[in-house]
Design a protein around this ligand. Structure first.
Ligand code: NAP
Length: 291
C-alpha cells in the first residue's frame, strides 16, 4: 500500500539495509545514505532513493532513522544541516546502540535543532531485522508515539514503550550485558570442553530443549564448534557495546568484573584480526588458550 510517509535512513549496514527494505515493503518512501555508497545502491532496486549526502536524504523527510555504528559517527553524519532540513515536525528515530551518554548527547543536538528525538534501539540481529521481527525499545515524547508506530511496526514484531528518551538505551545496555556475557562464557565453555576431551557438541546436545539450552547458545555454540563466523553482529560492535555497559556501570560506581573480563576477551579476538567476524568469534580468544 502506498504511503506518503518519507523516512531518511542513515546507515545501510547489516541492520540499516534490512530495516530500509521493510519500510519500503510497508509502502513508505525511503531515502538512504551510507558512507560506502555501494552498500546503499542495491536498495534502489527495492524502490529506495539513494542519496549522495545525509542532507539530501533528510530534506523534507518526516522521519530521520539513524542506524550507524556509534554516537560519534551519528553526530558527524546527522549534523545541524541534516536535522534542520527535516519536515517541520520531523522526528529523529535514533535506533543504533549508543549507550546512555551517547543518547543524551544526541538528544541535546536534536533539541538544539528543534527536532523531536525518539531513542529507540532494537533487540534482534540480522535475521530478525530482515524478517521485520525486531523488538523496538522505544522511548520519547508521548505526543509522537502514535505517529512513530507505523514505522516501528514495519521494522519489528513488538514495540516496548518505555517512557522518556534514554529509557530505551538504558534497557538496551542491560540486555547487551546479558548477551555479551553469555557469549563470553559460552566461548570459554566450548574451549573448556575441548581441553577436557569432552566433545562440545555433546554439551550442546545435552542442554538442548531444557531450561539451560537457550536457542541462542545452540546457534552461537555451533558457530564456535565449527569455527565459522558469518557476521550477524560484528565482534567489533559487540566490544563497543560491552564498553558502553562498563561506562554506564562506572558512572554509578558499579564494578562488573565478569563483564570486564569478557570485554578483554573481545579485545584479544579483535587484536588477532577477528573484529569483522560475528561476535561468536570471541571464541577465537578463548580457543587461543587451548594451544
Ligand atoms: P554494520 O553493518 O557494521 O554497519 C555500520 C554502519 O555504520 C555502516 O553504515 C557504516 O558505513 C557506518 N559507519 C561506521 N563507521 C563510520 C564512519 N566513521 N563514518 C560514517 N559511517 C560509518 O553494523 P550493524 O550491525 O548494522 O549495526 C548498526 C548499529 O546497530 C550499531 O549501533 C549496532 O550496535 C546496532 N545493532 C546491531 C545489531 C546486530 O545484530 N547487527 C543488533 C542491534 C543493534 P560503511 O558501510 O561505510 O562502513
Amino acid at each position: 500500500m502506498a504511503d506518503d510517509t518519507t523516512v531518511a535512513v542513515l546507515g545501510t549496514g547489516i541492520m540499516g539495509s534490512a530495516m530500509a527494505r521493510n519500510l519500503l515493503s510497508a509502502g513508505m518512501q525511503v531515502r538512504v545514505w551510507n558512507r560506502s555508497r555501494e552498500k546503499a545502491e542495491p536498495l534502489a532496486q527495492d524502490g529506495a532513493e539513494v542519496a549522495d549526502t545525509p542532507t539530501d536524504a533528510a530534506r523534507g523527510a518526516d522521519f530521520l532513522l539513524t542506524m550507524l555504528a556509534d554516537a560519534d559517527v551519528i553526530e558527524e553524519a546527522a549534523g545541524d544541516d541534516v536535522l534542520s532540513t527535516l519536515a517541520e515536525d520531523g522526528v529523529w528515530l535514533q535506533m543504533s546502540t549508543v549507550g546512555e551518554s551517547g543518547s543524551e548527547r544526541l538528544e541535546e543536538i536534536a533539541a538544539e535543532n528543534g527536532v523531536i528525538y525518539v531513542d529507540a534501539p532494537v533487540l534482534g540481529t540480522k535475521q530478525p531485522a530482515e524478517q521485520g521481527q525486531l523488538v523496538v525499545l522505544a522511548s520519547g515524547p508521548e505526543e509522537v508515539r502514535e505517529r512513530c508506530q507505523p514505522v516501528f511496526d514495519a521494522l519489528g514484531s513488538k514495540t516496548v514503550w518505555l517512557g522518556e528518551a534514554g529509557e530505551g538505551s538504558r534497557l538496551k545496555l542491560v540486555l547487551n550485558n546479558w548477551i555479551v556475557g553469555l557469549l563470553g562464557v559460552l566461548a570459554e565453555t566450548v574451549a573448556f570442553a575441548r581441553a577436557m576431551g569432552v566433545d562440545p557438541a555433546k554439551f550442546l546436545e545435552t542442554i538442548e530443549g531444557g531450561p539451560l539450552g537457550l536457542p541462542y547458545a545452540q546457534l552461537k555454540g555451533h558457530m564456535m564448534i565449527e569455527e565459522d563466523f558469518p557476521t550477524s553482529f560484528s565482534a567489533r560492535l559487540a566490544r563497543k557495546d560491552a564498553g558502553l555497559v562498563l561506562d554506564a556501570a562506572e558512572a554509578r560506581d558499579l564494578r562488573m568484573r565478569i563483564s570486564e573480563a569478557v570485554a578483554a576477551r573481545f579485545d584479544e579476538a579483535i587484536e588477532a584480526g577477528h573484529g569483522e567476524e560475528d561476535m561468536a568469534a570471541v571464541y577465537r580468544a578463548a580457543g587461543m588458550d587451548l594451544t
